[in-house]
Design a protein around this ligand. Sequence first.
Ligand SMILES: [Zn+2]
Length: 331
Amino acid sequence: MGFEEIIGHEKQKNLLLSFLKHERMPHAFLFSGQGGIGKKKTALEFVKHILCEHGRGCGACKACIRIQRGTHPDLITLSRQGSETSIGIDLIRGNEEKKIRGINQEVYEYPYEGKKRAVIIDEADSLTREAANALLKTLEEPPPFNIFFLITASEEEIPHTIRSRCSRVFFTALRQDQLKRYFTDVLRLDKLQAETLSLISYGSIGAGIFWLENNNLQIRSGLAEMITGKRKNFLNATLLAERITKTSDGVTVYLSFLLSLFRDIFVLNVSQDSSMVINRDIKNILELEKVNLRWIDESTKRIQETIRIMRYNVNKWLIFEDLLHHIMRHA
Ligand SMILES: [Zn+2]
């Protein structure tokens, strides 16, 4: 129920509750920090605290249940639609022809049930410039009963003018023991699996869940075999790149994996301290003879560059495939 369900982020939760307790609620929050660590979940649970009939996010009253189901009339959630790469102006300003009601129209209506209305904008960094400008107008003079939550993993891509109107709450990655607790207590994984997953999830519950879905763990070891040249042509780079770049979450997690893979190859074969290895479950794949340091350096740089490029509206499939061809080991 409520905040207890969220693992970690104690400081952030206490801060939010103190705003509520002292009735000093900012009209807009910016929740920032890497993806998959619970920012949106925290916002939702906090909205329960705000709109709950018992004022404590009980999880059982009508308001809490409707928030959970996404049917509370005083909670508006905005995010990218389907395959769209951005949140456009229509969703903010509205569009009569297309019969779209925008946030800017909605927020002037009084809340239907409670005293407050919450507006959650997920991936707020994907607002187009026009949409961001339109939103800014509302954030500058917001009707008093609204509370905005802008959620982002790329804070620097949100215009400064918007950021400066928000109370920033920064979320850090979860610790390994917190992840492990989540994987054993909530996902009911066995100890060894939870341990492995907590190592390869980069502080993110979202990444952990991602690895468990759709054979991703299998693809991950296949990818490691391909890059290290241990199994040639095991996987087709084109198909693999297509599969991995289908979702933007997938790209992010796999790029982080590739960085950790080269870091591990260095640790295992050059510094030879295997206690520092992240990808322990596939350690045998990463043990190589005669490792070329230039290969590690150049590949790492190339992956970092790819991470940067992927932020833009580019053909992710082609770029990922190109990356694979460049970092594959040709021993
Ligand atoms: Zn409640």
